[in-house]
Design a protein around this ligand. Structure first.
Ligand code: SF4
Length: 342
């Protein structure tokens, strides 16, 4: 079930770059001004009422993108606009407003809640910080409402509980409710089900999809699982070694993947309809170092179709079909040449 919408842009990121300085005492890298190229030239638009998936392997830079969008890391360069207004503040009232409007749900529901506080405390704190509950009665009513929104009913049963008394799925619902308490416009869900039992993942994804629809949220769904992106997101972006290398409507991208890395991701994903695949992501080697990323196309050391130009020049963007684009020299002339045919 994909959430469909042609909603207005709620968040727009242009040319995001994030470099982390390398500071490892006693190592030869120290003092040379080297950096980890975690995110390089990433642009995306999150639309109200729609889910955009950001897919890639561990270490591809997906979570760093989420932290940049949420204001948890300062950008090295690039711009972020919310509701059409560019975010410039890194502190003060305007920055707090940015942080309120862009909320994050993290991967680990056990680590994201404080074990010494009750569920009521976790939900009432953001309500009070953002000025949504000025009296005790208003705070309780709003807390009950939040618990109902995430289908934890009857809500009164959860108010006095501590995190250790709840299951992983229930804790992730609390984490989602806490994010909703800030009344955000944008929700960044960073691998929200990957630490949960397989049996409850679908329930959490369905809950998020319902909230996107009912509240008109713009959502970024970060995952390494391209199969769930197809199920859940209207648009899918594929990230490799700090760059987005392919993007398009989720169904189109899964049915007609263009970039060799996307093809490899899909071939490696468990799919009962595609038994007997002979491709494996791990057989294709390791992701590159982001301290010294490969010249040209960063995928070239693992790519079975690499050409001379791939080793020296980064490919530009080629639009294959409306809304579906890739960065790969195989398509540089705009031709729909399949790598399998090349
Ligand atoms: Fe492979 Fe070259 Fe395309 Fe990179 S640009 S994915 S190395 S064919």
């Amino acid at each position: 079930m994909s959430v469909r919408s042609d909603g207005a842009p709620a968040l727009e990121a242009r040319g995001l770059v994030k470099h982390f300085p390398v500071h490892r005492i006693g190592q030869r890298l120290r003092g040379r001004g080297e950096v980890v190229h975690a995110v390089d030239d990433v642009s995306l638009i999150l639309r109200s009422g729609a889910v955009t998936a950001l897919v890639g392997e561990s270490g591809s830079g997906k979570s760093t993108v989420a932290r940049l969008l949420a204001g948890l890391y300062p950008v090295t360069s690039g711009t972020i606009a919310i509701g059409g207004a560019t975010v410039r503040a890194t502190r003060g009232r305007l920055f707090r407003e940015h942080v309120r409007r862009v909320q994050v749900v993290f991967q680990d529901p056990f680590g994201s809640l404080n074990p010494i506080h009750t569920i009521a405390y976790h939900l009432q704190r953001p309500l009070k910080v953002h000025g949504y509950a000025k009296t005790r009665a208003a705070a309780r009513a709003a807390t009950v409402d939040l618990l109902e929104q995430v289908n934890l009913t009857p809500p009164e049963q959860f108010l006095a509980k501590f995190p250790h008394e709840l299951s992983g799925g229930q804790l992730q619902r609390i984490a989602i409710a806490r994010a909703l308490a800030a009344k955000p416009k944008v929700l960044l869900a960073d691998e929200p089900v990957s630490m949960l039992d397989v049996s409850i993942r679908l329930g959490i994804l369905n809950l998020l999809a319902g909230l996107v629809k009912s509240l008109g949220l713009a959502m970024l769904y970060i995952t390494h699982d391209i199969a769930s992106a197809r199920y859940f997101a209207t648009t899918t972006l594929v990230m490799y070694a700090g760059r987005v290398i392919e993007g398009g409507p989720s169904e189109e991208l899964v049915q007609r993947p263009a970039h060799p890395y996307t093809q490899l991701l899909l071939a490696s994903a468990p799919d009962p309809d595609r038994a007997g695949s002979d491709l494996d992501l791990f057989d294709a080697g390791e992701p590159p170092s982001l301290v010294r990323p490969p010249e040209g196309c960063r995928f070239h050391p693992r790519c079975p179709h690499a050409m001379d130009i791939c080793r020296t020049e980064a490919p530009g963007t080629t639009e294959l079909r409306p809304g579906h684009w890739t960065r790969c020299w195989l398509y540089n002339a705009g031709a729909e040449t399949s790598p399998a045919d090349s």
